[in-house]
Design a protein around this ligand. Structure first.
Ligand code: UAG
Ligand code: ATP
Length: 487
């Protein structure tokens, strides 16, 4: 594409000469000959420092937001490159949204679970469905690894250009919304799962965190619909605000207008009877936990809105097999259970423990750690939550993300575990020590990482909580033939 044509989306200024752009890059190491390089002033480094490297790699023009000494390629200075990047990327890779239906899901917890449920429903109904989220990106039935829950705008538009999928489900985080990673998308459906304390290292307070999440609903198409979990206090606030703004909005939950939950049966699968306006339904959710009932009801409403008949949705839920690393429960030789779960907020832990209690757990044993470089303010509340339910607690390391191991261990040792716990720094050791404690009737929660690979090495060549459990079963419990089901 001609540079001047590409720049029309961001400036009226003329650029001298005829420059053909064959791609866009925002990382110097990925620049290809013919690329336009966009320099972002980042949180960790300043992309303007890499302009020379980008030009040496073949960049034919540069967009930046700082004054730079004259370059041997055209330089276009803009107000904000974070705002400019999605405009350029969209124009170059995916100028027309076309026939795709965009579904954005935001909230502190439940985005991944709800998005997996919805993808399952849509795919079983025969619709090609793309998914962007924490676990992976899924385009044209191919899985791609992902660094962020919401990919950056450049990667997003490159994927969308490739995607032949009719539906696009995106987990949209508050970081992504503030960093303009999904700018330019008009969402047909916007879901709000809940808001609870998290990420206050990035957002100053809960009000700012809420306002960041609310941005998704500003990107909703005029004919779009917002589906809100009304049982969450912030959900109720959002519902009322959107209604006042004249947006189309539906609420889900026991306290929601036009929606009623008549009964919930707790068990190996959850059964919920509920009513939407004049109709009533009975849904079996093949997952544990009331939080998953909420997630399922959100997915139900979304699938219904895009035209799937409720009986078909109810039937399709029966074949949903769950989400990797989200309340994955394994029976141990002792008769107790080990659960691998991604909970890393006080609210998520509460839902884990409440589920165990409802299922008759006699004792709760808990292994948890805290990610380095993330909100430290939530740690004490998470400790209080585990103390409220757990009989035995093992504090251990999670990803350090650049923090010093010794300092992290010291900070873990400072928590008062009321003589019910101890610090075992090595995560595999902590998990395997806990497993050895488990008796019939016990539920062991291993939280924070789900199926994610460890960034830190352990005393054994084991790379995830799942492998740590499997290794213990194979070696210590003498069950050499036992294999946990894989993802
Ligand atoms: C703090 C934060 O959110 N950072 C995000 C941000 O990084 P950044 O743009 O500031 O990047 P940077 O590393 O400072 O680099 C600045 C620029 O220099 C360029 N560069 C850098 C190095 C180099 O050698 N050459 C080069 O050109 C980079 O490509 C970049 O354009 O934009 C990047 C692209 O979108 C993100 O990958 C990155 O996420 C980092 C890795 C991260 O950990 N983010 C977390 C906090 C996050 O976003 N989490 C949410 C989930 C939260 C939840 O669970 O709800 C998420 O959506 O993943
Ligand atoms: N609706 C819910 N309400 C509260 N907690 C939930 C809910 N759904 C899931 N959880 C808890 O939160 C954890 C993370 O769930 P999930 O991955 O679905 O959420 P997420 O919003 O994608 O999280 P993240 O942003 O951290 O990737 C689960 O492992 C579970 O402990």
């Amino acid at each position: 594409m001609d540079l001047q044509t590409l720049l029309k989306s961001i400036t009226d200024e003329n650029v001298s000469g005829h420059v053909q752009v064959t791609g866009i890059s925002n990382h110097s190491s990925t620049v290809q000959k013919g690329d336009l390089f966009v320099a972002i002033s980042g949180f960790a480094v300043d992309g303007h420092e890499y302009v020379d490297e980008a030009i040496a790699a073949g960049a034919v023009a540069v967009v930046g937001e700082r004054d730079l000494p004259s370059l041997k390629v055209p330089y276009i200075k803009v107000e904000s490159t974070r705002l400019t990047l999605p405009l350029l990327a969209k124009q170059f890779y995916f100028p027309v949204q076309g026939m795709k239906t965009f579904i954005g899901i935001t909230g502190t917890n439940g985005k991944t679970t709800t998005s997996f449920m919805l993808k399952h429903l849509l795919e079983k109904a025969g619709h090609d469905t793309a998914l962007f989220g924490t676990i992976h990106t899924y385009i044209n039935k191919t899985i791609y690894p992902t660094k962020n829950t919401t990919v950056d705008s450049l990667q997003l538009y490159k994927y969308l250009a490739e995607s032949e999928d009719k539906y696009v489900i995106m987990e949209v985080t508050s970081h992504a919304l503030l960093q303009h990673r999904v700018d330019g998308i008009q969402f047909d459906l916007c879901l709000f799962t809940n808001l609870s304390r998290d990420h206050l290292d990035y957002h100053n307070d809960m009000d700012s965190y809420f306002e960041a999440k609310k941005r998704l609903f500003e990107m909703m198409s005029p004919t779009g619909l917002a589906i809100i979990n009304y049982d969450n206090q912030w959900g109720e606030t959002l519902y009322k605000q959107l209604q006042q703004e004249g947006k189309r909005v539906e609420a889900v939950g026991a306290e929601a207008p036009d929606f009623s939950i008549n009964s919930i049966e707790y068990g190996e699968e959850m059964r919920v009877e509920f009513g939407v306006k004049q109709s009533s339904y009975r849904l079996e959710v093949p997952l544990l936990g009331e939080h998953n009932v909420t997630n399922a009801l959100m997915a139900f409403q979304a699938a219904r809105t895009v035209g799937m008949p409720p009986p078909k949705i109810i039937d399709t839920f029966k074949s949903f097999t769950g989400v990797p690393g989200r309340f994955e429960r394994f029976q141990l030789p002792s008769g107790g259970y080990a659960i691998i779960d991604y909970a890393h907020t006080e609210d998520a832990l509460y839902h884990c423990f409440k589920t165990a209690e409802q299922m008759g757990a006699e004792r709760i044993v808990h292994v948890l750690g805290f990610r380095g470089g993330r909100d430290k303010g939530k740690q004490q509340a998470m400790i209080e939550q585990t103390l409220a339910y757990s009989d035995v607690i093992f504090l251990t390391l999670d990803d350090l993300n650049g923090e010093l191991k010794e300092e992290m261990i010291l900070s873990l040792e400072r928590f008062d575990l009321k003589r019910r716990g101890k610090v075992i720094a090595d995560r595999v050791k902590a998990i395997q020590t806990a497993l050895a404690e488990i008796k019939d009737g016990d539920w062991l929660f291993i939280t924070g990482k789900g199926r994610e690979r460890y960034k830190e090495s352990s005393y054994k060549a084991i790379h995830s909580d799942y492998e740590a459990v499997q290794d213990w079963l194979n070696h210590t419990a003498g069950m050499n033939v036992f294999k946990l089901p894989s993802t």
